[in-house]
Design a binder for this molecule. Structure first.
Ligand SMILES: Cc1cc2nc3c(=O)[nH]c(=O)nc-3n(C[C@H](O)[C@H](O)[C@H](O)COP(=O)(O)OP(=O)(O)OC[C@H]3O[C@@H](n4cnc5c(N)ncnc54)[C@H](O)[C@@H]3O)c2cc1C
Length: 370
């Protein structure tokens, strides 16, 4: 079907929302975007995109705009907490033919996605407060007391989605029992390597995200922000932990902290209201698949709408196509969390022997087109 005469509301101007605007360009629908934040984000930490994510940026015509600022990551290296190597993957070779693996400041990805939106208006500082079914349409009440009617409402508003709360009986995200700290520190070497140290129930990760910057990620067990976390981190892992932590003494403005959560739903739609991205299927970040899944959702949704006879058929087709992949990522993130949570001696033995094989099997099905 063509989108002429169809009114679409996208709630959330993050990865899924902005990529969907880009994917729907030329379809003919009238698209409104509302974003709770008051304007484009200039802050944040880093993001790592695997080959299936950059393949989608290519489809959306956005690869060039991130290529200027991105670091191409060639290897992913895993070590234990004493810095002893467990396994090391040539990810440039692994994802060959799919897309490069790249990292960058989150704000750069956001800027590139915003550039793909063209002249579609974004209403910043706005959010829905009520969704009311009216036959095939939805009446959406916003927090400025205005009400508009839409043929399709997309909840692209992240892991703690308001659309999900309003339209899906309040189904909430689940805490994974991990609390993550993220910050940006100066870059200390030239290697384009994603590098993790594994401790028991905790991990410390560094990724270069520009010529000058390294993105640091640390997660530990209790789901709470604890004052002693820096000392614990420094005591648990080897360099470059101490160096990376020192950066926070001078400037902690990039520090972000929060629980890792997942979302598991029986269905992603209620009538013409559809959840995409983290709102539908957030997982632990341990496979770095969140942005990739959001970008794939955008591209597959646009294709489902273009080839179906009605919005309802398109949403059914979308979910049938996306479910197996989202379920796969969910199951593999559980598998990874289980492996890294093993007692250290056993974990090291397993990962030295099987780490590379497990890594390849985690990602294998994602090489195919979504
Ligand atoms: C610690 C951590 C590290 C991660 N690292 C990576 C990584 O390296 N690589 C990767 O691919 N993924 C990573 N992810 C996951 C990734 O960030 C998400 O999967 C991805 O951002 C999902 O995109 P989204 O558009 O669904 O949600 P988001 O990017 O969260 O966007 C949601 C948008 O909706 C807006 N919004 C929220 N509520 C409302 C509302 N009520 N009304 C209007 N707007 C609203 C928000 O302001 C936001 O702009 C990580 C996640 C975590 C927690």
């Amino acid at each position: 079907m063509r989108g002429d005469g169809v009114r679409v509301l996208i709630v959330g101007g993050g990865v899924a929302g902005l990529a969907t605007v880009a994917a729907l360009r030329g379809w003919g629908a009238t698209i409104d975007v509302v974003e709770r934040a008051s304007g484009p984000t200039h802050s944040g930490t880093g993001i790592y995109l695997t080959g299936n994510a950059t393949r989608m940026l290519d489809v959306l015509g956005l690869r060039e705009s991130v290529a200027d600022v991105a670091v191409e990551i060639t290897r992913q290296r895993s070590a234990n907490q004493r810095g002893r190597r467990l396994f090391d993957i040539d990810v440039a070779a692994l994802w060959q033919g799919v897309g490069p693996c790249v990292s960058m400041p989150r704000a750069h990805l956001h800027r590139a996605l915003l550039a793909g939106v063209g002249d579609t208006p974004i209403r910043w500082g706005r959010q829905p407060v009520a969704l009311l079914a009216e036959g095939d349409r939805v009446a959406v009440e916003f927090d400025d007391d205005s009400t508009e009617r839409y043929d399709l409402v997309l909840g692209a508003d992240g892991v703690n989605s308001t659309v999900r709360r309003l339209a899906f009986d309040g189904q909430a995200a689940r805490d994974l029992g991990q609390y993550a700290y993220r910050w940006v520190a100066p870059r200390v070497d030239d290697e384009p390597v994603w590098s993790v140290q594994l401790g028991r129930g905790r991990q410390f990760l560094t990724i270069p995200i520009s010529a000058e910057q390294t993105y640091c990620y640390y997660n530990d067990g209790p789901v709470a922000d604890r004052p002693g976390w820096r000392d614990e981190l420094a005591a648990t892992f080897t360099e470059p932990v101490a160096t990376m932590l020192k950066a926070l003494d001078y400037d902690d403005s990039t520090l972000h902290a929060g629980p890792n959560q997942e979302v598991v739903l029986d269905s992603w739609s209620r009538g013409p209201v559809l959840l995409i991205g983290d709102a539908a299927h957030a997982t632990s970040p341990n496979m770095a698949q969140g942005a990739a899944m959001a970008l794939e959702d955008a591209v597959v949704l646009a294709s489902s709408l273009a080839t179906a006879d009605s919005v309802a058929d398109a949403l059914r087709g979308f979910e049938a196509r996306r479910r197996p992949r989202a379920n796969w990522v969910l199951s593999q993130t559980h598998r990874r969390d289980k492996a890294t949570g093993l007692p250290p001696v056993l974990r090291d033995l397993v990962l030295r022997r099987l780490g590379e094989q497990m890594f390849r099997s985690n990602y294998g099905p994602l090489f195919a087109q979504p």
